[in-house]
Design a protein around this ligand. Structure first.
Ligand code: ZN
Length: 592
């Protein structure tokens, strides 16, 4: 086992972080680092980032002790300010189970007539491996990459039906390539789609066996395993000699409890208190790297996530303080939500909109803070202004009301790579405040010392003004009524549905994926109006299970299948709708 696993196991198994200074009662229970000692003498904005981004929280991966300590710290801050808890059980927490890797089950066997191999030493099933047995003649498939139109494209024409396919890890033609189709998961998904009975991936020299701890992808239909070292060489020979083999894999998914944090300032105007303004930010980050990290070579190093998103968390707490302690009392209620598992795929906010603490119909807007710590005199980006008629004016007025108005750039789309997307999917007007990306994004170097605290305070000023404008101020007649522009009306408002906020080129379909996994397939939370998907008759709520003949077990397999096509291609898509299988044909568009 690599030291990464030891550290990770420790983080998830509740290793004590005992600190001599007197920890608070809840920290004692959780053995979290003592914030008072860590942040002594610091102003609150800095203190929140300093604590949340400390190495001792291990990069706050959802489901870990570090994330739990972060959630406890956030709840303690709301409590200290005097903002009541809003969790469903009366606490500050909304707990829910999340997929957190996998563990090996009882029976894992790899053997050929000559040899029997040791699991976790010579080989190991991947965390997304199917559990089951495959026996038969091994089939060598080179590196298992399909190279359409190229001379050396043998793998594409190989009949792998019912075979245990043996392929090299990565891309033999360009070993440094990190392209999608060089990944083990991609190769295995394709092999499952081509009805192989199993797959063995031969790791290149010196590579460690994959660990199952962080795996969040759905189990594939077939057993898939990695083989390393001398065992890999012997399996390679066995495959070249078409020897028989048996592969038995038993992998059990693991789930742990993750927590959103919720606190509520009740509205002080009885006629409006039922209406809710939501202000949110995610507090989780990438932990020790891996999935989502832009520094794959730094796997095992703590990704501190100071800007992403300890800064947004700090902003959320300080906005809450302003609204709770300021002399302008919000007329409408204001719900503060700290989301977990955003880095996993917006799981925390998706869970909230599906299990709202206060009815979504009573929620009138959502303000999202994600990466507001690196303004550095630059322009602040505010996304989502196209989700309500009045946003541009509200933003301008709020900015003018601050002590130091900011330079602001806006973008209309309410869908994007953060938690506001989950709320826009429900038709709520949303805004995402973002001080832009930087070289430390999703790397271990995203540290608290690099955060621009003055810029952060300015953004807190601005968002507090926006919040008060939308919530209204008790005793003032000024009231703003937002006119939502829901996703299916965006086109009529001149928004180009194919202009995705995530940019990129290639085939376009126009579906909005639900990032929370379902048992099998990819559920859609929306379909953009006027898009190829809408024209093809795909509906919100449909579950995609097949795309162009490839099986779609989750969002990864969906992405692979889409990227294997070209704009203009006509593709058959199989959907589950109300339990029925429905087949539609779409002509893919061009992403611009
Ligand atoms: Zn983030």
């Amino acid at each position: 086992m690599s030291n990464v696993l030891t550290v990770f196991a420790a983080l998830t198994a509740g290793l004590t972080f005992a600190n001599p200074a007197s920890p608070s009662s809840s920290q004692q229970r959780l053995d979290c680092p003592n914030d008072a000692a860590l942040t002594a003498g610091m102003n609150p904005t800095l203190a929140h980032v300093r604590y949340l981004a400390d190495d001792a929280l291990g990069g706050r991966a959802a489901g870990t002790i570090g994330a739990r300590c972060a959630a406890q710290y956030i709840a303690n801050q709301f409590e200290a300010i005097g903002i009541p808890a809003a969790g469903p059980d009366g606490s500050y927490f909304q707990g829910f189970p999340i997929r957190a890797g996998a563990v090996l089950g009882g029976e894992n066997i790899l053997r050929t007539p000559q040899s029997s191999y040791t699991v976790s030493e010579d080989w190991i099933p991947y965390g997304y491996s199917g559990s089951g047995a495959a026996t038969g003649v091994l089939l060598y498939g080179g590196d298992g990459i399909n190279r359409p139109g190229q001379p050396n494209n043998e793998y594409a024409t190989l009949d792998i039906t019912g075979r245990i396919v043996v392929v090299e890890d990565g891309d033999l033609a360009s070993p440094a390539s990190r392209a999608l189709q060089t990944g083990a998961h991609f190769k295995a998904s394709v092999a499952a789609g081509r009805n192989a009975s199993g797959m063995l991936i031969l790791l290149s020299e010196g590579r460690a066996l994959p660990d199952l701890f962080g795996e969040i992808r759905a189990a594939l239909r077939i057993p898939v395993a990695a083989v390393r070292g001398e065992a890999a060489e012997r399996i390679r020979q066995a495959a070249r000699n078409a020897e028989r083999a048996a592969l038995v894999a038993s992998v059990q998914p693991r789930s742990v409890e993750a927590r959103n944090v919720a606190a509520l300032i009740p509205g002080s105007d009885p006629t409006l208190a039922d209406e809710v303004v939501i202000i949110g930010a995610h507090y989780d980050h990438l932990g020790l790297g891996g999935e989502g990290s832009l520094a794959p070579e730094a796997y095992g190093e703590i990704h501190n996530g100071a800007d992403d998103n300890a800064s947004g968390m700090s902003g959320l707490i300080e906005i809450a303080r302003r609204l709770a302690e300021g002399d302008r009392r919000p007329a409408r209620s204001v719900l503060f939500l700290a989301f977990t598992a955003e880095e996993k795929g917006l799981w925390g906010s998706s869970h909230y909109v599906r299990n709202p603490i206060l009815p979504i119909e009573q929620s009138i807007a959502m303000l999202n803070l994600d990466m507001i710590g690196r303004l550095e005199g630059r322009t602040l980006t505010v996304l989502g202004v196209g989700t309500a008629e009045e946003w541009t004016d509200v933003l301008r007025a709020a900015n003018q009301a601050t002590a130091e108005p900011l330079s602001i750039a806006t973008a209309p789309d309410g869908f994007g790579a953060s938690d506001h997307s989950s709320f826009y999917g429900e038709g709520l007007p949303v805004l995402h405040f973002f001080s832009n990306t930087h070289v430390d994004y999703h790397r271990p170097s995203d540290d608290w010392e690099k955060v621009d605290y003055e810029g952060l305070d300015q953004i807190v000023d601005l968002v507090s003004e926006v919040a008060l404008d939308v919530a209204g101020v008790a005793g003032s007649d000024e009231r703003i009524a937002l006119t939502p522009i829901p996703p299916d009306a965006a086109l009529a408002h001149g928004q180009d549905p194919s202009a995705s906020t995530s940019g990129g080129y290639g085939p376009y379909l126009g579906t909005i994926p639900d990032m929370v996994p379902v048992d099998f397939g990819l559920r859609l939370t929306g379909v953009r109006e006027g898009s190829p998907a809408a024209d093809g008759g795909i509906l919100s709520g449909d579950i995609v299970v097949e795309f162009g003949g490839s099986e779609v077990g989750d969002i990864y397999a969906y992405t692979y299948a889409l990227q294997a096509h070209e704009p203009g291609d006509s593709v058959e898509i199989v959907l589950l709708r109300g339990g029925e299988r429905v087949t539609v044909t779409v002509v893919l568009g061009d992403r611009r």
